[in-house]
Design a protein around this ligand. Structure first.
Ligand SMILES: [Zn+2]
Length: 313
């Protein structure tokens, strides 16, 4: 059973808002576009692999996109599959062209037809995740559960090439569609008289899951004044809906929406942790303090009187 389905990651949602709100003369626009493209591609790859992993649902507990805290550090995992015999970490990687594992030199490179580029080794990354997950399980009273890691290549056209020990790589790296078969083969070989209570561990992970987040505004040095103000049309997504006494109207497509300002407030609070009344007035481009106050009260926020600001919960 899948008890935590993948949703669009918070960071990807942030980039989507940024792309529509960032002023065009912002100096690092191209860098942001590149990062957005990377996140989007990664997410699409994960969704591709989800299709194949769902065939394991009858025999396991599956959690997608999980982030756990271990000893003050966090471990983020694309997929966790818990069966009666073992836990499988499935990390999804998105590479185009040919990927080359050199087991003698312990190197990992990608050849896109033009250049050969070195990347951080996906197996080394997965091993570290395995270790962190093992620590987390121990910390929560579970010992001696075998943990396997697998690397799913999301793009079916990616060529996987091995220099050296092909067998050792083939055991852990495969295209998404082969991953369920690899897991089922391992399952057949495992004989564990004490069956793992996979639902119980799965629900514990779900309870301890934290939302993986990063302050991309700080990373890209984006200030509030770098964003365009205004209410976005809930139909054509253009900025600049106009306030009428009872509603919002889009001058471009004529769409009317009484609640259009809530989308703008949500977007703002996705990027920033708090908002003040004057900031909100400015962002929505309205004059009415009263209207802004009412709107902020209707959103699930906490008011901090000392700073006269509304905080994300
Ligand atoms: Zn419109």
């Amino acid at each position: 059973m899948n008890i935590k389905k993948r949703t669009k990651p918070l960071i990807l949602q942030k980039y989507e808002v940024l792309r529509t709100r960032l002023k065009s003369d912002f100096p690092r626009v191209h860098h942001i576009e590149r990062e957005y493209g990377k996140y989007l591609k990664g997410y699409m790859g994960e969704v591709n692999v989800d299709y194949f992993l769902q065939f394991l649902e009858p025999i396991s507990t599956i959690l997608q996109d999980i982030c756990l805290k271990v000893g003050g550090k966090s471990v983020q995992l694309d997929n966790i599959i818990i069966s009666q015999h073992a836990i499988y970490i499935v990390e999804v990687k998105n590479y185009s062209g040919t990927i080359i594992f050199d087991t003698t030199l312990n190197q990992f490179t990608r050849d896109d037809g033009k250049n050969e580029t070195g990347f951080s080794h996906p197996i080394a990354q997965a091993k570290l995740q395995q270790l962190k997950l093992q620590n987390w399980l121990q910390h929560n009273g579970y010992t001696n559960i075998p943990i396997y890691y697998l690397i799913a290549i999301s793009e079916p056209t990616t060529r996987i090439k091995v220099i050296g020990d092909t067998e050792s790589i083939a055991k852990v790296v495969a295209h998404g569609e082969r991953i369920p078969h690899i897991i089922l083969d391992i399952e057949k070989k495992l004989e564990n008289p004490n069956k793992i209570l996979h639902q119980k561990i799965g629900h514990l992970m779900l309870r301890k899951n934290i939302d993986f987040d990063r302050d991309i505004m700080q990373e890209h040095r984006i200030k509030r004044q770098d964003l365009m103000n205004g209410v976005k049309c809930t139909n054509c997504e253009r900025l600049g809906m106009q306030r009428t006494p009872r509603s919002w109207v889009c001058p471009k497509c004529g769409h009317k929406d009484r609640h259009a300002h809530y989308l703008a407030i949500r977007e703002y609070l996705l990027l920033f942790p708090w908002i003040t009344n004057p900031e909100c007035k400015n962002f929505l481009q309205v004059d009415s303090r009263h209207m802004v106050n009412k709107a902020l009260k209707n959103v699930n926020l906490t008011y901090e009187p000392a700073h006269k600001r509304w905080l994300r919960k």
